[in-house]
Design a protein around this ligand. Structure first.
Ligand SMILES: Nc1ncnc2c1ncn2[C@@H]1O[C@H](COP(=O)(O)OP(=O)(O)OP(=O)(O)O)[C@@H](O)[C@H]1O
Ligand SMILES: O=C(O)c1ccc[n+]([C@@H]2O[C@H](COP(=O)([O-])O)[C@@H](O)[C@H]2O)c1
Length: 195
């Protein structure tokens, strides 16, 4: 039987407790055997200027997942053309790991704009999407309501963002509770986000 693997895509600049709570919830309370945290070099909808180096973001994801057996960091997008379109990454992964069934993990906020993603219909034809609740304005497109490939998972809502963390570090605030300890130590040692 194929292995069901969830893909949680993000820029992870930096990875924070909100990301970890979702990834762990999906791995523990759904039928996914593993969750891969895919570090995206360049999100097609975001500016690249505030981004830390790919390998530094990957190192933080690696540190955050180290003690979670079912969470795995992935650098699969580092070798793919940029900006990184998820449809291309999924095709590449399916070819590389033919015995895995890949499923997308997405917040409800992202589902509201999913119709704007490149080849979103192709993604949905070939993959399931596991959606967790997220507070955001706007409506989910009618075609995604009660869609057989879209499954809702009742994960907790934690409103932390990487933007808030970067801003707080710049203002010399203590953000330790919002990050895994080893991630915080790395950011502190490397002086990230201070300027
Ligand atoms: N607190 C959170 N709870 C649940 N999902 C989150 C949370 N923060 C981010 N996400 C989701 O996790 C994925 C990766 O997030 P991303 O790396 O863009 O972090 P972010 O905190 O939204 O970053 P930024 O503030 O830099 O835009 C995205 O799908 C995003 O919607
Ligand atoms: O493929 C697309 O068209 C596409 C458009 C927007 C976002 N994505 C992916 O979705 C992931 C989460 O997006 P975001 O904006 O919440 O950080 C990010 O890692 C992107 O690679 C993908």
């Amino acid at each position: 039987m194929n292995r069901k693997v969830g893909l949680f895509f993000g820029t992870f600049n930096p990875i924070h407790t909100g990301h970890l709570i979702i990834a762990n919830h999906m791995a523990e309370y759904s039928d996914l055997e593993e969750v891969w945290l895919v570090v995206t070099p360049h999100n097609p909808h975001k500016k690249k200027s505030t981004l830390l180096d790919n390998n530094h973001r990957l190192e933080m994801v690696y540190r955050a997942c180290e003690t979670y057996e079912r969470l795995k960091p992935s650098n699969i997008e580092f070798g793919l053309p940029q900006p990184n379109y998820t449809v291309k990454t999924l095709a590449h992964l399916q070819e590389k790991f033919p015995t895995n069934d890949f499923c997308l993990i997405m917040g409800e906020d992202n589902l509201k704009t999913f119709h704007k993603w490149k080849n979103s219909d192709v993604i949905l034809e070939n993959h399931e999407i596991y959606v967790y609740p997220r507070i955001a304005s706007g409506e989910v497109d009618a075609k995604y309501k009660d869609h057989p490939k879209i499954k809702r998972i009742d994960a907790p809502i934690v409103e932390i963002s990487s933007t808030f963390i970067r801003k707080s570090i710049k203002e010399l605030k203590n953000v330790r509770p919002l990050l895994n300890d080893k991630v915080w130590e790395f950011i502190d040692q490397m002086n990230f986000y201070r300027k």
